[in-house]
Write a protein that binds this ligand. Structure first.
Ligand SMILES: *Cc1c(COP(=O)(O)O)cnc(C)c1O
Length: 376
């Protein structure tokens, strides 16, 4: 009630992510894309999906993209297409959306969690060797918050051991590592188009990208009942299709993705300038990569106290993620009391402050001033 009563023109909550503002940015184009689909009479896997796949492949500098139902499904299908399942182990991190681990579990394989680099929150390549067993088949590096993993070190380990590499790019559409687009470095890249992601649909969606001509055939069979020919299953498959409406909307947003990622970088630069003297840790960026700031994550002790203060003062924050996957009830039993000290410490201290392309300068100033007030 207090919150509702205190709402006024200049006292509105600043959200952490803002898919509605993103819709309003491209309202006319999105409305006409939706109308085009409605008028076409074809609503699932049609012309819009085909075009989006071509444009998304081009954007990621790969030969193929395949639209699917969600990011989780993209990861699940990637594992199945690479013949990873029962009895296999997949190395990844616990500092991620639970979806990464769910996909491994869905495929029938076992997630093996490795700790992260304290500066970048991405998998620590120096710890991967210790996690390798005769059952290891693949690594899923999770590019987190908009920042790519140390892919040179990961690819070196993978090549030496003959492991597959599935990049989880759900938070890094358009990010680059050593001048290469994420998703184009490993065997396959997996994307989510959940509404708050850098490239977000108005509903669920996902995609896989790859340069492997044979793999793409298997991916397409898995996506739709194992159909090569309509109504005839020739291989394993189920339904994980992308619909035409989402593809048409994604085509509008993809055209603007570089511009939107540049806005996120500009906001992040502004935050860095305004917050640099405060006793908190600001995001660090790998020198050889371009960060796309899916989230702007600060680190501070007694994070919850700051979070409450900001919430009371009109600034919404989120915690991604409060409980590392290996500590979650369902996955805990697979992890035999494993401890991941950096992951566990990080989960206690992180806080995501508002970050989205449409964030206005006065809002960045307000968030920064509230942070300054908290410490004064
Ligand atoms: C969002 C996300 C996913 C899952 O995507 P969905 O489309 O929600 O299934 C997977 N991995 C990471 C790192 C994510 O952020």
């Amino acid at each position: 009630m207090d919150y509702l009563c205190s709402r006024s023109e200049n006292n509105v909550m600043i959200p952490c992510a803002n898919p509605k503002a993103q819709y309003l940015s491209y309202r006319d184009d999105i409305n006409s894309a939706i109308q085009r689909v409605l008028d076409s009479g074809w609503y699932v896997l049609g012309e819009e999906v085909t075009r989006f796949e071509k444009e998304f492949a081009q954007f990621n500098t790969v030969s193929h993209a395949v639209g699917v139902g969600s990011g989780t499904e993209a990861l699940h299908i990637a594992l199945r297409a690479l013949d990873i399942g029962q009895g296999d182990e997949v190395i990844t991190t616990a500092h991620t959306a639970v979806a990464t681990a769910s996909a491994i579990d869905l495929a029938g394989a076992k997630p093996i969690f490795v700790d992260i680099e304290p500066d970048f929150f991405t998998i620590d390549p120096d710890l991967i060797e210790d996690a390798i067993t005769p059952k290891t088949k693949a690594i899923i590096p999770v590019h987190i918050y908009g920042q790519p993993c140390n892919m040179d070190a990961i690819m070196e380990i993978a090549n030496k051991n003959n492991f597959k590499v599935i990049e989880d790019c759900a938070q890094t559409h358009g990010a680059e590592y050593n001048g290469k687009r994420v998703g184009s470095i490993g065997d396959v890249g997996c994307f989510s188009f959940y509404p708050t992601k850098n490239l977000g649909a108005i509903g669920d969606g996902g995609a896989l990208v790859t340069n492997d001509d044979q793999l793409v055939e298997k991916i397409k069979l898995l996506r739709e009942y194992g159909w090569k020919e309509r109504y005839i299953s020739s291989a394993e498959g189920w339904n994980s299709r992308l619909d035409e409406m989402q593809a048409a909307i994604l085509r509008v947003k993809l055209k603007n993705l570089n511009k939107d990622n540049n806005l996120r970088r500009r906001h992040s630069k502004k935050y860095n300038e305004l917050l640099k003297d405060l006793p908190l840790e600001l995001p660090k960026t790998r020198s050889n990569s371009s960060h796309v700031f899916h989230l702007f994550v600060i680190k501070i002790e007694q994070r919850n106290k700051l979070r409450d203060y900001l919430q009371k003062n009109g600034v919404n924050t989120t915690i991604q993620y409060p409980v590392p996957v290996h500590k979650q009830k369902y996955f805990q039993k697979m992890c035999s009391e494993k401890s991941l000290p950096v992951t566990e410490q990080v989960a206690k201290n992180i806080l995501s402050i508002p970050m989205y392309p449409e964030l206005e300068e006065k809002e960045i100033n307000k968030v920064s001033n509230k942070l300054k007030d908290y410490f004064s």
